[in-house]
Write a protein that binds this ligand. Structure first.
Ligand code: FAD
Ligand code: UDP
Length: 365
């Protein structure tokens, strides 16, 4: 008999949902977390009464009723709707790409006029878009591509838009209505008091060891449990034996300002290449805060250096091919299940991550 039924590596949303569901079924779980706190990238800290999203803005949105009801069991969500602003050299545009954006960019008023401008600009793209640049121009035309997409994307990914896959830009809605909601999903909000409240409840019945890197004693940790759920990077699990998968990292710089409101909205994107950060988050707006001070965070994209967090999988062709090879190794790894954004090398939003964890629980528990 092993000491634990499951060893769970990583206390992010994926690992925590699995730990909760396993405990509900009477399973004994040990959760290892190499950071000094639980929650992975949804972790929040309280600064002067403001909930600060330590690893970048996290807005919960989903069309999956089951996932929405699931998260609402653990915490009440507010009615926050993400309506970010794009700042291109001091010119202000609404996002996502909608009639407000088109009106400001092209001087048009009606959807028909906006469509006519975009139709004429997208004519330069023949056939299926082969890369992000072609995809962007074919969705919104060259003007918007040049001002709002090219600089931001090349900063974010550290690559030319012609060397990036088309799907990344399809995350953002394009609509011919005056609607600044960044997401199309039916349900949206921020957990009141932050994501830790959800994570703490999910991990209530598990044993958690912080500051513990599974890779420091892989075989030793594996021997403690009958099975392992691994949510770290899949290439690290296999000692990078087939080569390193590409990840993009970020550096966050936060400041407390002695003013009640810095930018009047939670998220402002800085779209030109020359500004080194991609966005500034003003955290109090996520919960409609009225504190006398404010906390802002600048987000600087970076290549993945030793010791940095691998935030975004770079799902281009080369990395996808390498991931396919790792996924074969993963399938053959006895008693280890790989999951989450890092374990499955997928650009998952939180809802998709929870959905994947719940479907694993259905198969496994
Ligand atoms: P993670 O949160 O990465 O958790 C994995 C955990 O495993 C980490 O805590 C890590 O420290 C730990 N770990 C890794 N290796 C080891 C090891 N060897 N030993 C021990 N522990 C280990 N989604 C949305 O829906 N809306 C948003 O607005 C949104 N904004 C985002 C903004 C940013 C900047 C980023 C990076 C992501 C955003 N996401 C958003 C995505 C969201 O963060 C993820 O979907 C979700 O957090 C993934 O959870 P996870 O458990 O798979 O991974
Ligand atoms: N993007 C852009 N301009 C913007 C916002 C986003 O070109 O003002 C592009 C960029 O390539 C980014 C992608 O759209 O990586 C997806 O944007 P999203 O806001 O979903 O990024 P995330 O929140 O996942 O970082």
């Amino acid at each position: 008999m092993k000491q634990y039924d499951y060893l769970i590596v990583g206390s992010g949303l994926f690992g925590s949902v699995f730990a909760y569901e396993a405990a509900q079924k009477g399973k004994k779980c040990l959760v290892l977390e190499k950071r000094s706190h639980t929650g992975g990238n949804v972790y929040c800290e309280n600064t002067q009464g403001i909930t600060v999203h330590k690893y970048g803005a996290h807005i919960f949105h989903t069309s999956n009723k089951r996932v929405w009801e699931y998260v609402n069991r653990f915490c009440e969500f507010n009615n926050f709707i993400n309506s970010p602003i794009a700042n291109y050299k001091g010119e202000i545009y609404n996002l996502p790409f909608n009639m407000n954006t088109f009106s400001k960019m092209f001087g048009v008023v009606t959807p028909e006029q906006a469509r006519a401008v975009i139709e004429s600009q997208r004519a330069e793209i023949k056939g299926e878009p082969k890369n992000l640049e072609e995809q962007a121009i074919s969705l919104v035309g060259r003007d918007i591509y040049e001002k709002l997409i090219k600089g931001y994307t090349e900063k974010q990914w550290g690559k030319d838009c012609r060397d990036l896959p088309p799907f990344i830009i399809k995350r953002i809605p394009v609509r011919y209505t005056y609607n600044n909601n960044y997401f199309n999903d039916r349900y949206q909000g921020i957990p009141e008091g932050g994501y830790n409240r959800i994570i703490d409840k999910l991990l209530e019945n598990a044993e958690v060891r912080l500051n513990t890197d599974f890779l420091s004693d892989k075989e030793g940790f594996l021997s403690l449990a009958s099975k392992c759920v691994f949510t770290g990077t899949v290439d690290s699990y296999f000692g990078y034996s087939l080569g390193k998968l590409g990840y993009r990292s970020l550096r966050f710089e936060s400041e407390i300002l002695n003013i009640p409101d810095f930018q009047g909205v939670a998220v402002v994107n800085y779209n030109e290449r020359e500004v080194p950060y991609t966005r500034i988050i003003e955290h109090k707006h996520f919960e409609f805060g009225t504190q006398p001070v404010t906390v802002i965070t600048r987000e600087y994209p970076e290549s993945l250096k030793e010791g940095a967090q691998p935030y975004y999988p770079i799902n281009d062709e080369e990395n996808e091919k390498l991931y396919e090879k790792y996924s074969l190794l993963a399938k053959n790894e006895k008693n280890v299940i790989f999951g989450g954004r890092l374990g499955s090398y997928k650009y998952y939003d939180m809802d998709k991550c929870i959905e994947a964890a719940l479907s694993l629980c259905e198969r496994e528990l």
